[in-house]
Structures are given as structure tokens and as C-alpha cells.
Design a binder for this molecule. Sequence first.
Ligand code: DGY
Length: 319
Amino acid sequence: MSPDSPRIVVTRALPPAALEPLHSVGQVWVSPHDRPLSVAELHQAVDGASAIISMLNDKIDDDVLDAAGPNLRIVANTAVGYDNLDVPAITHRGVLATNTPGVLVDATADLTMALLLDVTRRVSEGDRLVRSGAAWSWDISFMLGSGLQGKQLGIIGMGHIGQAVAARAAAFGMDVAHHSRRPVEAGGSRRLPLDELLATSDVVSLHCPLTAQTRHLIDAEALRSMKGSAYLVNTARGPIVDEAALAAALAGGEIAGAALDVYENEPEVHDGLRALPNVVLAPHLGSATVETRTRMAELAVENVVATLLGKDAPTPISV
Ligand code: DGY
């Protein structure tokens, strides 16, 4: 590879086999750190880059684009969500932005069901009890949870992941309703206005992207409008929920519980949530299977290779 061949920056180590195709189109720099790059490190790393393979915790804004300079042709985000990218700033410079839709649908839907079952059946709470060594014994009224059959799951955001959750929940006997911006072909699921969905659902599960419109969509008022027996599940993006309002609603018994995979100021978690027994807290594991993460890396690489060869990238972000 000649020294003036395109510089490709990968901000976090990805499976080496997935990165292999990059070596035929440019010089590859992979972060040596087992943590996200700091802002200063990111600025330094992208200097002169033609392609950046970013992770969801890399904020790609005007400053990063300035640091990269005029060679930059693509920012390939290794995630379906792209709220970490300033897409207008990227496209304004004639740079392509891509993401990894499709390949993480099943993994994220599976984790949503795992969290939903965990919080409604108190699995993590029971695990903590057993590990604590505290006395317990089977009892007819011991640690009762809430069954799913016939209960309404209200899905907010009926894209591919929302639909995959709907199919799984239907198999558990749940009655699925959804709220989405556009009507979608969604099996037997009814489309409801947001206020009706919140007021009637036994479990509300979030699957919409984080945008200016969805930031704090679940605020104090939304939580107040939910049933006292309802649960909230969030495997989408943390800032869709006002975490302080959620902690207060849970502490005040306004809803029965919550299961969260994502946080407003990730990786920090509101102290009020950590203190509550009826909250399941996962560390952003939605797409965290070997198969899915490998496929995400491969798709990010496919986007870069196609772009640097002057071909159409498979999954551009359309604005
Ligand atoms: C995504 O791709 O947006 C997921 O949050 C990654 O786990």
C-alpha cells in the first residue's frame, strides 16, 4: 500500500477478520485502547483520514470533521442508531454517513424480551436475594411477579426492532399495540395515539431513534399517565427517558418497574435508579452477541470499502 493511499481510522478494535477487506483499499489504523478514545485522541487519530469507522460513543461533530480535513469521504457508524453523528454537518461537507441497520434486529429484540421477562418476573431481584445469603423459602405469596398472557405491550417506534419485539411478545400471548410516526404493516398490532398507548399498556417498550422530537418523550407527565402496575423497558437510547423523572416515578409507586439497557448520560446511571429493587439495569447489551457484533463490523467495513472504491455503500443514512 503506497504511503498516500487512503487512511482508514477505526476507533475501536473490531474482529480482525471483519477488518481484513480494508487492507486492500487503504492504510488501516485501529485504536490500541480498550476504551473509547478521548476527544483529543479522536481528533489526533482522524487527522488526514479518508474514512472513519466510528462507534456509538464517538461524537462525530464539526470539530472532528475539521480535525479529519478535506480527504474525508465516509463516516461509517458501527451501530444502527446514529444520534452520535452530526449527520447534517457530515453531509454538508459532501461526506457520506452510514450505519448498520438490519443486522442487529434479532439480538436487540431478544434482549428486550430478556429484560421484559426479568423485570416482570423479578429474576435479577431474586438473584440478588439468593446471593445475599438472606433466608428465603418457597411460599405461596413469595416474590410474585406479573404474568404476560393477555397483557398489552405498547411499543413506541415500530421499525424493524419494534416489529421483531412485537412478534416475540405475541408468541408470549401478549396483545401488542404500537405508536409510530407512520402507519406500518405490523401483523395484528393496533396503532394507537401516544397518550392512549401509555394509559392502556401493561408494558411500554421503546424502539424509536433519539431525535429532538423523542428526547424526554417519556417525562414525568408521560410516566404519570401510565398504569400503576405498568413496566417501562428501554433498549433504544437513554435520553428518550427523563431519568430523574423515572427514578421519582418508580420511588413514588407511579409505575411498577423498569428495565433499562441504555442511559441518559451513559455510562453513568442515575443514583435513584441504582437504589431501587424494581429496576433491572443492563450495560447497553442490545446488540452484544458475537454473531451480531461481527456482522455490524463487517457491514461498517463493506460501507467503507464500497465508498473508497467509488461504489454505492450498502447502508447510507438518508437525510
Ligand atoms: C445500536 O446499534 O444503535 C445499538 O444501540 C448498539 O448496541
